[in-house]
Design a protein around this ligand. Structure first.
Ligand SMILES: *Cc1c(COP(=O)(O)O)cnc(C)c1O
Length: 404
């Protein structure tokens, strides 16, 4: 077994250069704390980008993984398996869904959703009705179809030709959707209830309600990409439950496995019927290990005291960041919901979010960015109060250095 010591320098020698990782290499995590190779400790407000919803080394998740690992790991979809069936049943019981398709990543869950909306319209109305409306700034993954539906042209650059029939409207602008939608051509509207990657921008309630109405009026399906906003992140199991706007299809990933790769597409029985035998698939989708872990995640996160706790922690963290923003004149706004928060930099600090991330690392706190102007926080949903306080202190030290 290769046990050679490794360092960040090796990355450039052996990895495809599509990422630019920082210089530290974390080797161990517990709760909301992480330690690097040198034994330096950090408070983790990144949460693996809204993935580690129960922090690191959660005993329940370790237990679920270990228990399943001694039974059976993988079976292929020629066979079904107990953990997948139980998890699908749980997701149906807790949401609008009646049918579940499992995948391994957010991009794949969205790919399934986008194929399904086309197939459903093709079956019920014919090939004309294939257009998808999505939003500028949206992020749906990195497969060719998902970057095409996504609303950040830079992610498509050089990868064209893209799949056709995709139109981008303005987020939170119902009128821009009204101009694009048609009964003859539009098969679906795809939206993140809270745009994550493009700066933690919550959808307005009236906007999301309006999308539901427009879809109903034009026989189009409404797809909520809840890859980032789902699994307790907002203080509700899924953000659609916070808004009270029910989609036809919902995709879930990131937090679903709490760090184990797993994703799901949820929908109704009627819509699911369009993905008949042989129309779509995934070797690893519904993998027994992944589903056993996700089951523990959902069982834990869906408990009312955990969801309530998200709101309490959110208030704490939000207040701390707003206070800090005011004292140092760095944030114009702290937005988002639950434990998905975006601290928007003031005019003076535009374009400098990365500097705050780096200064935070120097002081032992890990924050995320979402674009050049927003500091994003997506910590564990059960981060202890004391860790929030200490993270705020460390972040203040970072801000002090930067603003000095
Ligand atoms: C992260 C993300 C994705 C992509 O998920 P992957 O697991 O990286 O494929 C899709 N949609 C949203 C909203 C996301 O935040």
């Amino acid at each position: 077994m290769n046990k050679e010591p490794v360092s960040r320098e090796l990355f450039d020698d052996v990895m495809v250069p599509n990422y630019a990782p920082g210089s530290i290499i974390p080797v161990r995590g517990e709760g909301s704390r992480i330690w690097d190779q040198e034994g330096r400790e950090f408070i983790d407000l990144q949460g693996g980008i809204a993935v580690n919803c129960l922090g690191h080394s959660h005993p329940g998740l370790i237990g679920a993984l270990q228990e399943q690992s001694e039974k059976i790991w993988h079976l292929s979809n020629v066979m079904t398996n107990e953990p997948a069936l139980r998890l699908a049943k749980t997701l149906c019981d807790l949401t609008f869904a009646e049918r579940v398709f499992f995948a391994n990543s957010g991009g794949e869950a969205n790919e399934a959703a986008f194929k399904l909306v086309r197939r459903y319209a093709w079956e019920h109305s014919g090939p004309e009705k294939h257009e998808i409306i999505s939003f500028k700034g949206a992020f749906h993954g990195r497969t060719l179809f998902t970057v095409s539906v996504g609303g950040q042209p830079k992610y498509l650059e050089g990868f064209e030709p893209a799949p056709g029939g995709i139109h981008h409207a303005d987020f939170n602008d119902l009128e821009s959707v009204r101009k694009l939608i048609s009964k003859e051509k539009t098969c679906a509207v795809v939206v993140e209830p809270i745009q994550g990657e493009s700066g933690v921008v919550p959808g307005d309630l009236e906007f999301l309600k309006g999308l539901r109405q427009l879809c109903d009026d034009h026989d189009a399906l409404l797809v909520f990409d809840e890859v980032q906003s789902g699994v307790g992140r907002t203080g509700h199991l899924y953000a659609y439950q916070m808004y009270g706007v029910v989609p036809d299809i919902l995709t879930s990933a990131k937090g679903l496995g709490g760090g184990f790769p797993v994703a799901a597409m949820l929908t109704t029985a009627n819509i699911a019927a369009s993905l008949g035998v042989g129309t779509h698939g995934s070797t690893y989708g519904g993998n027994a290990l992944a589903c056993a872990v996700a089951q523990k995640v959902i069982d834990t996160v869906s408990q009312p005291e955990i969801l309530k706790g998200v709101k309490v922690r959110s208030d704490h963290l939000r207040k701390g960041m707003m206070d800090l923003g005011e004292r140092y004149g760095i944030f114009s706004e702290v937005r988002g919901a639950g434990l998905l928060l975006g601290c928007v930099l003031t005019e003076k600090w535009q374009g400098r979010a990365k500097e705050f991330l780096n200064a935070g690392l120097d002081e032992g706190v890990m924050v995320l960015i979402a674009g050049p102007n927003v500091i994003r926080l997506a910590p564990s949903l059960i981060i202890p109060d004391a860790d929030i306080d200490e993270a705020l202190e460390r972040f203040e030290a970072a801000v002090k250095t930067l603003t000095a």
